[in-house]
Ligand binder design. Sequence first.
Ligand SMILES: *Cc1c(COP(=O)(O)O)cnc(C)c1O
Length: 392
Amino acid sequence: MKSYFTHLQCTKSQQHFSTSELVNLSDIGAPVFANYDLASAKEHFPKDKIETTENSLWRYAPMLPVIDPAYRLSLGEGWTPLLQFERLSAAYELPNLWIKDESSNPTASFKARGLAMAVSRAFELGVKKIALPSAGNAGGATAAYCAKAGIECHVFMPTDVPELIQLECAALGAHVHLVDGLITDCGKKVAAGKEENGWFDVSTLKEPYRVEGKKTMGYELAEQFNFELPDVIIYPTGGGTGLIGMWKAFDEMEKLGWIGSKRPRMVCVQASGCAPMVRAFQNGADAATPWENAQTEAAGLRVPQAVGDFLILRALYESEGTALAISDAEILAEIKKIGQLTGLVVCPEGAAAIKAAQILRQNDWLKPDENVVVFNTGSGLKYKEALHIALS
Ligand SMILES: *Cc1c(COP(=O)(O)O)cnc(C)c1O
């Protein structure tokens, strides 16, 4: 089945782009989103036409932006398991607690979803060199898809990114540039060098397609719950691409006639050492101010400033969700506890989200009978430094 992708539009202005244009931010500096012919897709892509023999996110190809299937770069991303754990449910008094386990993705994190889409589209539009700043897993995922396509890849990472992730990027043939600073400093290096070096910048939400890959988490949850969305989704938030993407997916699926108007309450979880979205939510703000001296072992959450801050906050308010911060001490203790209760070595970001579920149950924000999905966004096995502390 063909893609119903029609055009791109700025999330803040009326600016449009065609599907053949290579786009970063719009003229006013806002993220640009892919739009689809949903009326026609509603007619020709009913939910019983999902390609269920395709065990990857490409089962939703008609609602994805890659136009020619020859440019799909697949390493088997998406269609991850939705798991229940009796011992964890009993301990947290949440009988309907589910973990969407993203650790089985290529490169062991859900970054594979977004980068599979961004690199595939760059490949389709003839890009030869890609660069990005990464707080961790995005670098590995970009390196992997660039290797599959034969695209030159430059990853800018803080020097204290988990060592295994740095090694992973190098093993996948990427040029690794270590920066003494944070992801925002890495972003500045990419911006400064891209003109001269001919790099296409695939920073989170600074190009339109990572969010399209991540939105497939929303499609999968719908399908895995037989098109009845859960009551609550708990998501460890850095740049927020997944949360924003799922919110977009729910809107698309309603227009496709796959789901009704009910939405899950969306919960944004951050680390106490870097919680700009939590602070903005608590202040009732519609944008976030940058976090100073960001620090946490949860590398994926060390994002002091998110380009899509207003989109994250909008989803939290509209869904009557909430936001909370978890300390590193709690995160590290949780990794060990979850390992022993579930059989999963979760990443620190996932541990933060699971800890948040426990706290929200304890203060009765979560009711015991609610269907709650927590994202374990990657494998803990890439975080050797954090595991050493957690287990010492
Ligand atoms: C990047 C990352 C996150 C944060 O994801 P966003 O969609 O950017 O908010 C969470 N967990 C892990 C493991 C990550 O790599």
